[in-house]
Design a protein around this ligand. Structure first.
Ligand code: NAI
Length: 250
């Protein structure tokens, strides 16, 4: 395994499960020191423990990304623990309630917007401040195919993910000359616990929407994310990259 992230320090939110876990593991396998941050601190500890058991460096942190002061603390923890911050993967997210817009409760709306949109602002705000001190860095925001197309009964999720794509462009433009690249990833439906609530017939329907004939895996999303974080992507910033088995092309 190439250790092309050796010496880099990465903060991964939502690292206790699914896509975030795969990204944390792949980053550590390729030499990065990883902070696995998640609302579920125990599960984040398990991910960090598994990474350390393979001889890499990691630390876990319980954090609610919807709370700005906790995100600020998480970035400080990364710098205090490993001395700097080079990479940010703003991946924590929730599916939220399913209902058409007019039936969406205010509570459900705010919950999804807080975790899937406001939190990305908090993460980038504090990550960028830390990266400016260590001479630059790279950030990947986890959007979705629903950052560019809609899906029935998901007004808050679709809005939040479109917002993440816009926020990615905004930050990329502001920091391009300061050595910080910012990109967004748009996965199709990926087989993770996020989809656990979907009934079996919905899962079959969802699979049929992907020309490739299946849902994607967390490892496939992690592979794209690591490419965008790596020096191989040195001329890539402000862009949104699909990993969707052809979903949006259909
Ligand atoms: P998951 O449910 O397996 O993992 C999400 C993680 O985020 C969990 O460990 C959860 O504890 C954590 N989390 C939730 N709220 C949090 C909060 N307030 N603070 C800190 N951590 C919190 O889900 P999955 O599928 O790995 O999702 C990761 C990201 O990928 C999300 O942003 C999601 O919207 C996005 N995504 C997922 C797709 C899918 O089909 N699974 C498709 C497209 C995008």
């Amino acid at each position: 395994m190439t250790k092309d992230f050796l010496g880099k320090v990465a903060l991964v939110t939502g690292a206790a499960s699914g896509i975030g876990e795969a990204i944390a593991v792949q980053l550590a396998d390729r030499g990065a020191k990883v902070i696995a941050a998640d609302l579920n601190g125990d599960a984040a500890e398990k991910v960090a423990g598994a990474i350390k058991a393979k001889g890499a460096e990691a630390a876990a942190l319980a954090v609610d990304v919807a709370k700005a002061e906790q995100v600020e603390m998480a970035v400080r923890f990364a710098v205090d623990t490993f001395g700097r911050l080079d990479l940010g993967v703003n991946n924590a997210g929730i599916g939220g309630a399913a209902a058409p817009l007019s039936d969406y409760t205010l509570d459900d709306w705010h919950k999804v917007i807080d975790v899937n949109l406001n939190a990305v602002f908090y993460c980038m705000k504090y990550e960028i401040a830390a990266m400016l001190k260590s001479g630059g860095g790279a950030i990947v925001n986890m959007a979705s195919i629903l950052g560019s197309v809609a899906f029935p009964n998901a007004p808050a999720y679709v809005t939040a993910k479109h917002g993440v794509v816009g926020m990615t462009k905004s930050a990329a433009v502001d920091y391009a000359k300061k050595g910080i690249r910012v990109t967004a990833v748009g996965p199709g439906f990926i087989d993770t616990p996020l989809l656990a609530a979907l009934p079996a017939e919905t899962m079959d329907y969802v699979k049929s929407l992907h020309p490739i004939g299946r849902m994607g895996t967390s490892e496939e999303v992690a592979a794209l994310t690591l490419f965008l974080l790596s020096d191989a992507a040195s001329n890539i910033t402000g862009s949104y990259h699909l990993v969707d088995g052809g979903y949006v092309a259909l």
